[in-house]
Design a protein. Structure first.
Length: 323
């Protein structure tokens, strides 16, 4: 993800990729050299932070909190990959820290709000009234091997944000069921109660035939289903079909570009407008409750801090739609 964002910055008008920070020299130096930038080794980032205009945090999850605090110390706009942090208390601290500054600086990488298929669903829902039910389907060709907690925070957190974004409601209760084969978690099904009285379900398959993401929404005035990705239909060897693919990255490559360009535009405009620190915190609060539900075998209430006025809109919308 760091390399992806770096390439998009290097190719964007009005922005310069000044530094690439990576503890592995062979990786960091190669990326920086290839993009006409400078590599920074571990421990050499402070001087760069004091000179740059904005920061992208795409490090392993356990390093997010420290990097975000360093950016907030300097009042720098940040695009940070999800999850916000590894720990719910750290996420709450970042909410309070940014709220105390009185302005949003951090945009979180819930990039589906920039994906054309999801944007079409969101736009179609506008005249249909209150959302009654959302079904999110997430298939991942991981072939098992992750814990329920890892699946929730690494993958399902995206679907939780999709539900909050499309419903314009908070998730107030969760029930988690799992399917295990040979001591490996294959399926996780999360049922969510929404603050608007609606419900949502997430069907997550970690050992699917390929990578797929889809969403269907039932509202008071109608039903909206995300369009299928465009794929060529192949007839060969007496069969007809299309390739799904197992890569989670490629289907959203252009989405990442749109996200990055809108983030850069928001810096110029002086207003953050993508998913917020609050969205990251809210997602992690649901993840914590969902993990506890899986462990205890019963539904759990989602407990969250009071939302600061800085995040008055529960699920902020990004900038102009992709064209």
């Amino acid at each position: 993800m760091g390399a992806c964002h770096a390439r998009h910055v290097a190719g964007a008008a009005g922005a310069t990729l000044a530094w690439v920070a990576d503890p592995v020299e062979t990786i960091g130096q190669a990326l920086a050299t290839g993009l006409g930038s400078t590599w920074l080794a571990d421990g050499n980032t402070d001087a760069a932070l004091n000179q740059c205009d904005a920061v992208i945090v795409a490090s392993p999850d356990r390093f997010h909190a420290a990097s975000l605090h360093a950016a907030l110390d300097r009042g720098l706009p940040v695009l940070a990959e999800k999850p916000l942090t590894e720990d719910l208390e750290d996420a709450a601290e970042l909410v309070n820290r940014e709220a105390a500054l009185g302005r949003r600086l951090i945009q979180l990488g819930f990039m589906r709000v920039y994906d054309e298929r999801h944007r079409q669903v969101q736009a179609a829902l506008a005249p249909l009234g209150e959302v009654n039910h959302i079904r999110a389907v997430h298939r991942n060709a991981w072939n098992g091997g992750r814990t329920v907690a890892q699946i929730l925070v690494q993958s399902i957190v995206h679907d939780l944000h999709t539900i909050r974004w499309l419903s314009r409601a908070e998730i107030v209760e969760v029930a988690t069921a799992t399917v295990e084969r040979d001591d490996l978690v294959h399926m996780v099904v999360v049922t969510c109660g929404l603050s608007n009285g609606g419900v949502a379900t997430i069907d997550f398959d970690d050992a699917a035939a390929g990578y797929e993401v889809s969403v269907e929404v039932s509202a008071v005035g109608g039903n909206v289903v995300a369009a299928d990705p465009l794929r060529a239909l192949v007839r060969a060897n007496g069969n007809i079909g299309s390739v799904i693919g197992s890569d989670w990255f490629a289907p959203f490559l252009d989405t990442y570009r749109v996200e990055l360009e809108d983030w850069l535009a928001s810096i110029t405009a002086g207003e953050a407008r993508g998913p917020s620190v609050w969205d990251g915190y809210a997602g992690q609060a649901v993840v914590a409750a969902a993990a506890q539900s899986a462990e205890l075998g019963r539904p759990q209430t989602v407990t969250m801090m009071d939302r600061p006025t800085l995040y008055a809109d529960p699920v902020p919308h990004p900038g102009p739609a992709q064209t």
